[in-house]
Design a protein around this ligand. Structure first.
Ligand SMILES: Cc1cc2nc3c(=O)[nH]c(=O)nc-3n(C[C@H](O)[C@H](O)[C@H](O)COP(=O)(O)O)c2cc1C
Length: 177
């Protein structure tokens, strides 16, 4: 059985993320995989401040939260990012979480579920650049883009319930496969 880690993308109170993450979790469970949520608010990773890059052989994890996050990624068959678009990019909290890990991304199957006024597309481009081009993860081409006012209200309620769930299910299926 595959194990999927779903990564939150916002530490804002009442964030849209808090509404989208459970839907992604549900779709993972429907496909028979086990799932855990890497809640970046709870993990509370410090901004990257290690002397060496995580890809450097001399990199050492000296922080409990970073170790916990690294173990989650290492133990996952696939990782799904639920990514809001902030300033035409990924949220800082999500990019920082990516930065903390090196070799565990190598070859890891990644799914992307974005949202925003233009579907979160630019957040997903940033995620793809970081994870695929730099960190050698296998980022699925089957991404989900949820558009405010079409698929999702700006408060995070699904408008196009069926189509949005189907899109998320396809992204999930592509990384479980
Ligand atoms: C600092 C900031 C920058 C934003 N930049 C963008 C943007 O570039 N594109 C976009 O579609 N939405 C943008 N938004 C709107 C967010 O996508 C929207 O507030 C969303 O709900 C944020 O996700 P969250 O509720 O999970 O925190 C921005 C919001 C904030 C607070």
């Amino acid at each position: 059985m595959s194990h999927i880690v779903v990564v939150t993308g916002s530490v804002r109170p009442q964030s849209v993320n808090q509404k989208v993450v459970p839907i992604v979790v549900e779709e993972v469970e429907k496909q028979g995989a086990t799932v855990s949520v890497a809640d970046l608010a709870e993990l509370n990773l410090t901004f990257f401040n290690a002397p060496k890059s995580p890809n450097d052989p001399e990199f050492e994890v000296t922080n409990e939260a970073v170790q916990k996050w690294t173990d989650m990624v290492e133990g996952a068959d696939a990782v799904v990012f639920v990514a809001p678009e902030y300033n035409h990019s990924l949220s800082a909290v999500q990019l920082n979480a990516i930065d903390w890990i090196g070799k565990q991304w190598n070859g890891k199957a990644i799914g992307l579920v974005g949202y925003g006024w233009n579907g979160g597309k630019e957040a997903l481009v940033a995620a793809r650049n970081a994870l695929s081009r730099e960190l050698a993860a296998k980022v699925s081409e089957v991404e989900t883009t949820l558009f405010f006012t079409k698929d999702l209200s700006p408060a995070g309620e699904l408008i196009e319930d069926k189509a949005s769930r189907e899109a998320i299910a396809k992204t999930v299926a592509s990384v479980i496969a």
